[in-house]
Ligand binder design. Structure first.
Ligand code: NAD
Ligand code: UD1
Length: 371
C-alpha cells in the first residue's frame, strides 16, 4: 500500500514520482482521464484503467500508448457493478486511485437526476468500498468549480462554503462530503479533492483530445466544430454582462496542466493522510470573445458567431484563487489561452470526427444549426 511505502516530505516536484506506483484511473479513456494516464506514465507509474466507455473510446488509450511507449491494463467495467469493481482490485495490487468516472452534462443532469445520482454516487460508493476492502486508501477525486454555486464572490477560494445549483454539481458536492466523512472517520485515508475550472486544449501531439458526443455543451469544443465545418456558427450566450466586453468570463485551464496537477496531488498525499481540497485553475478570467479571438488566431481565419440571449444558469464571471495549489503542490498553470486554442485546434483539425475516422452515421450532426 502506498501509505506504507512512501517517504515523501516537503513540496513534491510535479513530474517526479514518490516512487513507481500502480495507479487505478477510473474514467481513464475519457478526456481528462486519457491525458492523466499519459502524465502518469511519463512520471514512471504503472496504470490500470477502468471505464464503461459510456462517453469515450478505447482508441484514446491506444494513442496514449503510442505516445508513451507504455501500455495501461484496461478493464471495461461499470462502477455500479460492485463485484466487477472488486475483481479489478483482486487482479491488481493498486496503490492509489484517481477517480474521474462519472456523468458530467449539467443540462442532462437536470432532466435525468436519478441517472446522475445513481451513476455518480453509487459508482463512487462501490469504488470506495472495494478500495477499503483491499486496503487501498489513497484517492484523488475530480470535483468541479461548479460546487461554488451562485453566491460566492470571485475569485473562489477553497475555504468558501459550497452549494451547487444543479444535480450534476450536487453529485460532486455529495461525493466531497462522503470523502470528507471518510477521511475524518479513519486517518488511514489520503484524500485529494480537486476542483477543476474550465479544462480545454489537447495534448500538443494532436493525437488525443476531447471528443464530445452529439452537440457540444461547452464553449471551446463548439468553436472547434464550427472551425472544422461541422457547425454553422457559434452562438455567444449573452453580450450584456457587466464584464469588459459584455461576454461571460471563465478560468480556462489547459488539460495537460490539469493532468500534471493530478500527479502533483498524488505525490503530495502519498505521505500525508487526511482530506485536502485544491482549486486547479489559472487564477484569471477570459471572456467568450477573447477565447474566440484566440481560436481564430490558431485557425488563421475568422469564425462566424452571433451574440444571442444568456444561457439559463450561467454566471457572469468566475475564476480560481489558485494560490493553495502553488503553495502546497508547487503546481501552477504553464499554458495560456492561445496555447490551449492552438492545441485544441491541432487535435480537431487532425481528427474532425474525434476518434471516429469518419462522420458517424446518424450521429446527430443534422441538428447542428444547419451545419
Ligand atoms: P469524460 O466523459 O470524457 O470522462 C468520464 C469517463 O467516465 C468517460 O470515459 C465515461 O465513459 C466514464 N464513466 C462514466 N460513468 C461511468 C461508470 N459508471 N463506470 C465506469 N466509467 C464511467 O469527462 P471528462 O471531461 O474527462 O471529466 C472527467 C471528470 O472530471 C468527471 O468526473 C467530470 O465530472 C469532472 N470534471 C470535468 C470538467 C470538464 O469540464 N471536462 C470540469 C470539472 C470536473
Ligand atoms: C461548464 C459547466 C460547469 C463546469 C464548467 C467547468 C454547464 C452548464 N456548466 O460551465 O458545471 O463546472 O463547465 O468545466 O455545462 N458559451 C457560449 N456558447 C456556447 C457554449 C458556451 O457562449 O455554445 C459560453 C457560456 O455561456 C459561458 C462560457 O461560454 O459563459 C463557457 O461555457 P462552458 O464551456 O459551457 O463552461 P461553463 O459555463 O463555465
Amino acid at each position: 500500500m502506498l501509505q506504507h511505502r512512501s517517504t515523501q516530505s516537503g513540496v513534491a516536484p510535479i513530474s517526479a514520482s514518490v516512487e513507481t506506483m500502480k495507479i487505478l484511473v477510473t474514467g481513464g479513456t475519457g478526456y481528462i482521464g486519457s491525458h492523466t494516464v499519459l502524465s502518469l506514465q511519463e512520471a514512471g507509474h504503472d496504470v490500470v484503467v477502468l471505464d464503461n466507455l459510456v462517453n469515450s473510446s478505447e482508441e484514446s488509450l491506444r494513442r496514449v500508448s503510442e505516445l508513451t511507449g507504455k501500455t495501461a491494463a484496461f478493464h471495461k467495467v461499470d462502477l455500479v457493478d460492485e463485484p466487477a469493481v472488486e475483481a479489478v482490485f483482486d487482479q491488481h495490487q493498486i496503490d492509489a486511485v484517481i477517480h474521474f468516472a462519472g456523468l458530467k452534462a449539467v443540462g442532462e443532469s437536470v432532466q435525468e437526476p436519478l441517472a446522475y445520482y445513481y451513476n455518480n454516487i453509487v459508482g463512487t460508493l462501490n469504488l470506495l468500498r472495494a478500495m477499503d476492502k483491499h486496503n487501498v486508501r489513497s484517492i484523488v477525486f475530480s470535483s468541479s468549480a461548479t460546487v461554488y454555486g451562485e453566491h460566492n464572490p470571485i475569485p473562489y477560494i477553497e475555504k468558501m462554503e459550497i452549494g451547487a445549483n444543479n444535480p450534476y454539481g450536487r453529485t460532486k458536492e455529495q461525493i466531497e462530503d462522503i470523502l470528507s466523512d471518510l477521511g475524518n472517520a479513519d486517518d488511514r485515508w489520503h484524500i485529494a479533492l480537486l476542483r477543476y475550472f474550465n479544462p480545454v486544449g489537447a495534448h500538443p501531439s494532436g493525437r488525443i483530445g476531447e471528443d464530445p458526443q452529439g452537440i457540444p455543451n461547452n464553449l471551446v469544443p463548439f468553436i472547434a466544430q464550427v472551425a472544422v465545418g461541422r457547425r454553422e456558427k457559434l452562438m455567444v450566450f449573452g453580450g450584456d454582462y457587466d464584464t469588459p466586453d459584455g461576454t461571460a468570463q471563465r478560468d480556462y485551464i489547459h488539460v495537460v496542466d490539469l493532468a500534471d496537477g493530478h500527479v502533483a496531488a498524488l505525490n503530495y498525499i502519498a505521505g500525508r493522510p487526511g482530506v485536502r481540497r485544491w482549486n486547479l485553475g489559472s487564477g484569471r478570467g477570459s471572456s467568450v470573445l477573447e477565447v474566440l479571438r484566440s481560436f481564430e488566431k490558431a485557425v488563421g481565419q475568422p469564425i462566424p458567431y452571433e451574440i444571442t440571449g444568456r444561457r439559463a444558469g450561467d454566471l457572469p464571471a468566475f475564476w480560481a484563487d489558485a494560490s493553495s495549489a502553488l503553495a502546497d503542490l508547487g503546481w501552477s498553470t504553464t499554458k495560456n489561452v492561445d496555447q490551449m486554442c492552438e492545441d485544441h485546434w491541432r487535435w480537431q483539425k487532425n481528427n474532425p470526427y474525434g476518434y471516429n475516422a469518419a462522420e458517424p452515421a446518424a450521429a446527430g450532426n443534422a441538428q447542428a444549426s444547419g451545419a
